[in-house]
Ligand binder design. Sequence first.
Ligand code: M6R
Length: 361
Amino acid sequence: EKNGYPHFMLKEIFEQPLVVRRILSTVNKNRDELQIEDIKSIDISWEKIKKVFIVACGTSYHAGYYAKFLWEEELPYFIEVELASQMHHRNLRVPDETLFITISQSGETADVISTLRKVKEKGFKVLSLVNNPQSTVARESDYFINLRAGIEIGVAATKTFMAELVYLGLLKEYVKNKLYKVKIDLDKWNMLPTYLENYLSNIKDQVFETAKKYYQKKNFLYLARGRNFPLALEGALKLKEISYIHAEGIPAGEMKHGPIALLDPETPVFGIAYKDDAYSKMINNLEEAKARRAPIIAIGNEKDKKLENLVDDLIPVPNIDPFYYPYMGVMVLQLFAYYVADLLGREIDQPRNLAKSVTVE
Ligand code: M6R
């Protein structure tokens, strides 16, 4: 049940620290070898793989897209991410040593199932991350990781997205450990649930106040760069599916190639501008938006004076290890969408025209 929350979605947003804690309880170190319960039985020869091909839909696709950036930083593979629905129209030209990864909350998404079957028929191995061990995707994959998020009832995926991000991050650590024998700092991971818990309770009121300022706007542009871009896509998807407001995620560097024409004082920009390698370019992009008098909301670092002066509303992450920022930022994006939809009196847990799992192609 809803445990006193007005909607399942809000309950599921607040469950995220618990989900992360549950996942981390399956992770151990034996001397310097990283062990993850679901991964230990996976007999993939990671050193032989040349390419990793990630396939998913919707929110799960965003998790895969994020993982591409994360994995590419440290693993030696060429990584491709594709929407499962697009796979029908692709002629697969990949090396024999390609590992396919499918990601699916339900494990019943029709396009994911058909991709899985198609690539298996061609002799490729498939590793899947799924929240339902009994599902078709889980049963038919060669290897399977249980996301352990618990049943998700809200149509908008929240805690399963978090579980996907965390498992994909841990899997990267696992492969790095296997390939290069480098030590993995588990303490950093083990702090994550507590940081998320504290962050949620510290930030929720501010996110609500921000939602109150903007909920009557008709269009939002979510801007980010690099690995934050898939998270901007996710923020926009959350907003559109539950509030019915038009929202787009745009790589900030693409603004000048067209979308900047959309900006005016009625079109809020939601930027992700942490102090990371994309920071200075993001600041330039937000300055361009400001010059067009677009209202700007940003997730960025606490006490970042430059950003504070530039934007209308700064939703800060604490100045801790940047490792934590994406996980925190995701919760801000989810909460913002939730509060906007709630202020508009939307159905939230069962938005119009949408089903929890998409079983037709
Ligand atoms: O069950 P799946 O992860 O395969 O579902 C994929 C999408 O249908 C799903 O993420 C959808 O986009 C959600 N409604 C997003 O909140």
